[in-house]
Design a protein around this ligand. Structure first.
Ligand code: GAL
Length: 331
């Protein structure tokens, strides 16, 4: 009886060991290389700029701007991955419309799309920065779209200025209590604001707070040890500039400026990039990836990505350049 039990335990251990070895074999040699071409599973450079990532039921979904030649905007692309290295092109999550009356008619600009899941409605909700066709960057609106599936197709819902405020660079954040927020550059990018979303996430409430006036863009928020950290860029169009990090005890602030969190060559220019998102890595405690775009405005589809771990071994979280790294950097 005892012998059989040990045999059983040994077999179980063996199976566990083999599956562990196989799993790590699959990831062997995989690295994250900032600034390089990042081929998807079809061998094409990932075209999902100004992006953000949703983790849902074991899969990561990367949403971003699908760009063509020069600065043309082709809607919102979505890619899926289970390991954060290999991304499968899932097509266009939100297409520009052929209807000339639509806010998202072909020729509009869709930037910085972010998607969150609403468990009450069981829907995927996308917010993005929308500029109307032929108006340059004057419209300064938030756009909202919704889908039954993470890969879309998303249906355009509406576009507006939250509580009348201009809304350009933006991000979404879902807090631990399930409340969702839109963080946005307002008043010609001079102000940063945060507005709480309605329960279905499809509209902005009047719970809309001014954060600070400092001409910041590209907001990316994360929460660590009950504090909210907000990384932003300066305002120099596609050209890189100096990032900063703010901290607050409450999501609506007050936010305190902590300085520039980047370290290494070209740190004072965010390594040539501009923030877009901070991704919490699933299954790891206190593991965050800083995501940024190295814009190539003459051919935006060739823009590159920066993915680097957020380091938490100092008083202020910081991001240090690495040419390449593996996810097992996180313990
Ligand atoms: C940047 C902004 C980008 C894009 C660009 C257009 O400042 O972060 O998302 O709007 O300007 O020039």
């Amino acid at each position: 009886m005892k012998k059989q039990y040990y045999r059983y335990q040994l077999t179980a251990l063996f199976v566990l060991l083999i599956s562990g070895v196989l799993r790590s074999f699959g990831q062997e040699g995989k690295v994250i290389t900032s600034g390089a071409i990042w081929p998807d599973t079809d061998g094409q450079h990932i075209n999902a700029h100004g992006g953000g990532i949703l983790f849902h039921e074991g899969t990561y979904y990367w949403y971003g701007e699908k760009r063509g030649d020069k600065t043309s905007s082709g809607g919102v692309a979505v890619y899926s991955s289970t390991n954060l290295y290999d991304w499968k092109n899932e097509g266009i999550a939100l297409s520009p419309s052929n209807d000339p009356e639509s806010d998202i008619t072909l020729g509009c600009i869709m930037e910085r799309p972010k998607v969150i899941y609403n468990s009450k409605t069981d829907k995927y909700v996308m917010w993005f920065h929308l500029e109307l066709k032929g108006q340059g960057y004057a419209a300064a609106r938030a756009g909202v779209a919704v889908s039954e599936k993470p890969t879309g197709p998303f249906r355009f819902v509406s576009s507006f200025r939250p509580n009348g405020n201009m809304s350009r660079d933006m991000n979404l954040y879902v807090d631990d209590d399930g409340s969702a927020y839109h963080i946005y550059s307002s008043d010609e990018n001079m102000d940063l604001r945060i507005v709480k979303l309605s329960d279905d996430f499809l509209s902005a409430t009047t719970d809309d707070t001014f954060l600070f006036r400092r001409q910041r863009e590209a907001p990316a928020l994360f929460k660590y040890k009950n504090k909210y950290y907000l990384i932003t860029s300066g305002c120099t169009g596609w050209a890189p500039n100096q990032a900063s990090i703010h901290v607050a005890d409450q999501i609506r602030g007050p936010y305190t400026l902590l300085g520039d969190p980047m370290r290494g060559p070209d740190a004072e220019k965010t390594f040539g990039g501009q923030s877009t998102y901070v991704l919490p890595v699933q299954g790891k405690k206190d593991a965050f990836i800083f995501m940024a775009d190295i814009w190539r405005p003459k051919n935006l589809q060739d823009s590159r990505y920066i993915w680097l771990p957020v380091r938490l071994d100092a008083e202020v979280p910081y991001i240090e350049w690495m040419d390449e790294w593996e996810l097992n950097w996180f313990k």
